[in-house]
Design a protein around this ligand. Sequence first.
Ligand SMILES: [Zn+2]
Length: 483
Amino acid sequence: MGTFQLMPFDPLSVDPSEKKRVAYFYDSDVGNYAYGAGHPMKPHRIRMAHSLIMNYGLYKKMEIYRAKPATKQEMCQFHTDEYIDFLARVTPDNLDMFSKEQIKFNVGDDCPVFDGLFEYAAISGGGSMEGAARLNRGKCDIAINYAGGLHHAKKSEASGFCYLNDIVLGIIELLRYHPRVLYIDIDVHHGDGVEEAFYTTDRVMTCSFHKYGEFFPGTGELRDIGVGKGKHHAVNVPLRDGIDDATYKSIFEPVIKRIMDWYQPSAVVLQCGGDSLSGDRLGCFNLSIKGHANCVNYVKSFNIPMMVLGGGGYTMRNVSRTWTYETGLLNNTLLDPELPYNDYYEYYGPDYQLDVRPSNMHNANSPEYLSKILSQIFSNLENTRHTPSVQMNDVPHDLEDFGDEEEDTADAMDTKGGSQFARDNIIVPDNEFYDGDDKQKSKDISDHKDGETHPRPTMSIIPPDYYEKAAADMVKELENEES
Ligand SMILES: [Zn+2]
């Protein structure tokens, strides 16, 4: 069992007759925030993706919402009060007054303090919480929030360009209704913040596919599988440089299939970090747009309530292309490879195509190496079938939505109705951790000891030569424009 077999990479297909209700969350303010000159993380890419998505006409197929930004109180369902207080108060102007806190909460180079930092974090959190709430209420089958997916943020610490862990907040909301939630992470970096938050519970299984070995954040080894009740409920797929479409598919699909069979989640959250694409400024994988999107299409094929989030992605034009293509797939549409005119059309030259091509880089993931990973993961998963503490019999059906669509749209525009609704209608017993009003309990989520299974090497997500390379790229781009 568990032998790696390279599958052919077939063209992606959709079923245009399948009707999914897709709720897409976008706040037009998000593109206005900036981490600072030259910083690789650019929230502008979310606005670029949005413009492309709209100009492909996808607004006709899905419901578009602007979520209410997450409140401090909502953020503290996972984060500590003092950390959130700090995020709310610190600005570039008063930074000097917080020299102790800067170290304590890890803000600085990777995670700079910039104007509107708190509002930016609140937008990403609001979209994921509201998306989860709408899934809980059965008001959509798929919720999309590309401003979310900020998987490195810790309970009391910023990390890897992430301040607020919108994913953990979204999953906490899903756990109000869902006995078991599966989190899948296809960012090139390990999904450490989400893994750590749920490391001791069997109600969330985390599964991260990432580059491992002298790479940020340094965690996510094959042998890190969770502790206590959470043992065997963290899955790590440590990969080497240069993985291509067929190889990624051939490891991703069997692992996800096996998890679906054994763990039987009732909801799934997919973090779609775009730094696993070929040509990413920080990444080192070799996925084309189709190799990345195949993961989205495959997870969608299980037909369980699904939340789709953004994440990393540092070559903006490729991230926006990919999230657009994937939004098409989620709406059962294969988009025209010719890009429509959009607000940022000039970014997509010289080809103006909806494509991200692989390079000829070496794939350092051998079939022997991948076989070893696969057989270890399969053998670990055999321990998960009977362990979930909430039995399948107790799974509540999602409440049916008897409201009309017009009313739904109106209330979704300006309320956090889902969350309130969920609070008033908790039907899953709060059997271990989750009671949003009981701060102490929910804090226990990530109170397991770091260190033994989670060495946290000090490492920067921005490699030392990044700024030099970025400057050289700029020169090259200017030269190309001139010629
Ligand atoms: Zn990343």
